[in-house]
Design a protein around this ligand. Structure first.
Ligand SMILES: *[C@@H]1O[C@H](CO)[C@@H](O)[C@H](O)[C@H]1NC(C)=O
Ligand SMILES: *[C@@H]1O[C@H](CO)[C@@H](O)[C@H](O)[C@H]1NC(C)=O
Length: 348
């Protein structure tokens, strides 16, 4: 009611403050692509208590950021940083990658900036301010999209020139990954001992567990190995980056299974097409778990595993690839029989 608006506006009630806070921060989750910077807005309207005498300096507010994590069914807050007056203490796991850029000029501006998000940064964040006996807090959900994946040509290991590598990523609903994409994936534990092109025409690979054959230029240390910038005509594998799934990937199985051509037709009969490798990786990142190898649009055969189990290829979650040869090269013969992964765009 308009006539009541002014009194609400001047009210000091916490409820009103909360509404205003949500007006400022917004309710929908923040979505950001892997390795991009993100600002989690948090601005408090608490002001120093009016009861302070004119000569008493107000106690500066204490700011605390934490991440709400589910651990064995319990929700618990894992600290990110605390700030009071001009001292900002960052927890080790976040050192060098979070900051409060608005805080030096406004002690009530708790906006947190993460400089390059990792997939594992997704989740719910709690921002709290305590000033004297007053406190306020807010919760902000953060979503991180995008996935880096290693791609090997159908023909052999190290068979893609730089232009072919760029083209191959595009064919698979992705772009060639940049060094910062590979870095963000590495920080979350990505490990792959195959040299691949990146967007800056360098060739690198991420090693978390150093082992013979994967020492590269870093010997026994974990880290991203680099061959430096290479001639575009040299041939390697490639690391691609797929940012967002616009439709839905679904698994199909038929009695007797399908050839590559049969799989293509079957997806078409369902108003869909064979999923690309990038689409399958994105669906995996969103939770698809299926222990059945299936055809994809490029003629490869893969399957997505979220919860690792013995019969489903290894101890780590990931998208498994079925190769023709034991040296992990070659796509399967198109006449061989598998299931399929189809993709349907949202507006089809
Ligand atoms: C709070 O800090 C953020 C990050 O620097 C800035 O973008 C924003 O404008 C600041 N807001 C206010 C009201 O100071
Ligand atoms: C892998 O094995 C296939 C078939 O034996 C062979 O043609 C190919 O050259 C091998 N690739 C590498 C990198 O050893």
């Amino acid at each position: 009611l308009p006539s009541e608006a002014p009194s609400i506006l001047h009210s000091d009630s916490p409820l009103w403050r909360r509404h205003l806070l949500h007006f400022l921060t917004g309710d929908s989750p923040l979505r950001v692509g892997l390795a991009e910077p993100v600002a989690l807005p948090c601005l408090f309207l608490l002001q120093p208590s009016a009861s302070l005498g004119p000569n008493e300096p107000p106690d500066p507010p204490r700011i605390k950021w934490s991440k709400v994590q589910a651990a064995s069914g319990q929700k618990e807050d894992v600290p990110v940083l605390v700030a009071k007056d001009n001292v900002v203490k960052v927890v080790k796991a976040y050192e060098g990658r979070v900051s409060l850029p608005g805080y030096p000029s406004n002690r009530y501006n708790a906006t947190l900036v993460i400089s390059a998000v990792r997939a594992s940064d997704a989740g719910l964040y709690r921002c709290e301010v305590v000033a004297g006996v007053d406190d306020e807090q807010d919760l902000l959900p953060l979503e991180v999209t995008g996935v880096v994946f290693h791609y090997r040509a159908a023909s052999n290991r190290y068979a893609l020139t730089f232009p072919e590598a760029q083209h191959t990523c595009r064919e698979n609903s992705a772009v060639i990954a940049s060094p910062r994409h590979l870095q963000a994936a590495f920080e979350d534990g990505y490990d792959n001992c195959d040299a691949g092109w990146l967007a800056d025409q360098t060739v690198r690979y991420p090693i978390t567990l150093s082992r013979p054959g994967c020492y590269g230029d870093r010997s026994s240390l974990p880290g991203i190995r680099s061959y430096g910038e290479r001639e575009a005509s040299e041939a390697y594998d490639v690391y691609c980056y797929a940012r967002e799934l616009r439709g839905k990937v679904f698994y199909v199985s038929m009695p007797g299974r399908l050839t590559s051509q049969g799989a293509r037709k079957h997806c078409q009969s369902r108003g869909a097409s064979l999923a690309t490798t990038g689409q399958l990786y994105l669906a995996w990142r969103d939770g698809l778990d299926q222990c059945d190898p299936g055809w994809l649009a490029d003629g490869s055969v893969r399957y997505p595993i979220r919860t690792p189990r013995k019969k489903c290829g290894g101890d780590e979650p990931g998208v498994r690839t079925v190769y023709q040869f034991p040296n992990r090269t070659g796509f399967p013969d198109p006449a061989s029989k598998f299931d399929a992964y189809c993709y349907k765009g949202r507006w089809v």
